[in-house]
Design a protein around this ligand. Sequence first.
Ligand code: HEM
Length: 519
Amino acid sequence: MDHFSIILNKVKGIHFISQQQQRIGLLTIATFISACALYNQVFKRPASKDNCPMVPYTDTWKGSSMDYLQDPRAFVEKWTEKLGHVYRVHMFGQMHTIASGKYAREILMSDDFDFGVGTQKKFDIFSMAGIFDNNLTGAIIRNAIVKHLNPHLKEFTPHVVENFTIGFHEILGDVTEPVELSHLMPLIQRMVTRGSATVFIGKTLCKNKNVTSIMQNITTDIGKMHPRYHQSWLMAFPWMLRLYFKLYGRLSQDIKRQRKIMLDALVPEIDKRQADAQNDPNWQRPTDVLQELIEDSALSSGKHGDIYTAVLNQLLILIFASIHTTSENTSITLYRLLQNPSVIDELLQEQEQVLRKAGYDPKSGKNSCEVFTFDIIKNMPRLDSVCRESLRLRSQFFELAHTNIRDHKVTLSNGVIIPSDGDVLINTWHNHHQGGDDIGEFNPFRYVDTGYPATKVGDNYLVFGEGRHACPGRWLAVQEIKTIVSMLIHDYKFHAPEGVVFPPKGSGLPYGKVIIERK
Ligand code: HEM
């Protein structure tokens, strides 16, 4: 089967007029795109006039992609040592500038570079989710989080904790006998989804299982359709990759079905809220993100389509940014604890002290729903440090793609030129490994009393980015991670009978069987 038939089969539900027309159309597009790609690679290589060193490569199409993917850690360490903080690597069909040290900050702090544009070139999850809003802006969701979610975290916490418990029971029931899990992710994803759903869509909609199932799985489901898993050759053709993303979002029956389920739930809820706000004198305004979006003047202006579609698209952006990221990082923290069980004991001692000080009897058998309030969690510096250390040590290498969005070149302070539309990857691994001799080790209480909580971004902690676009949801994320860890270690005993593996490549997500037993 040729490449174009394969794309067609992968992009579900394509219905063109005839097979022959499909082929002619796609071959024409592909020939044009390949010619442009070749032109870009041969004639538009970034100027070497800026003396930026480059990782040598022989394969014009793959560049250094395979070397990097096979052993990213060795690749990053070798070339950073040889070439320094800023160098070029040809990967995934194009030249990238790699930046570490202070140059990472220079990129992240600059308005000339954009994370959204850079990321979408590699994985345009918005198009793949059927979001085709030309006026799309991240400012709306950022505003809803910064102005309305973060200030209310404390009051959200009881509902979030209650829903973590519901999520736990949905997956594991009462755990009357020890339960074996092949991986922690499904449990954590459900807990994070249930907890986040109360904050995002409110106390009524969060009970809709069809909606929460989509919230939990849509990022992974779309991720699995990325060509890197089934048509990796497409990665060498950035233009074709973009075409694939768009076609998938336009034609996938799965996406159409998921959007319809979400809309079927959202439309009556939005209608009801709008009617109640107008007609019910005793109406109590919900404090969730959904209400902020309904009232957002830009979304109701019609510029982003009808209000229902506009709100759905913003909620999807929020879901993509939050559920999978928080679930992954909660699992990473828990696997670190499973790898270092003595740290769990130390965290339990901290819990006991904090709970006693707050007037709880830790042995009273009270369930964790009631005890883990916002203030209790805030008073656990050792837990916070474990969290920061676990996230810092995550296997991440060249991340946070940023594109020069200006129509002119940008020159970094060392003279390196980033052409218009040029891409920079941040060498997170290098920055996260700057410090003392033990910086590569898991030192759980490294950050206790240092003034560096898990939410504080910095040059050597880029988990949440840095600068004006640093993750606005990190307070909720860290609060969720710490609460889930606290609840689980408070009520259950955990162990990993076959050990835990932190793979140095791929997603970098740790794995290992886990046995959970009620205390
Ligand atoms: C551990 C979990 C999370 C991680 C690791 C994470 C990481 C990130 C990173 C690296 C960025 C890009 C920052 C930059 O451009 O410099 C980002 C942006 C963003 N995150 Fe998070 N995030 C997490 C959880 C959340 C949560 C829970 C929310 C929502 C409540 C959220 C909402 C956003 C939004 C809206 C942006 C875009 C900000 C903008 O463009 O101005 N994230 N996040």
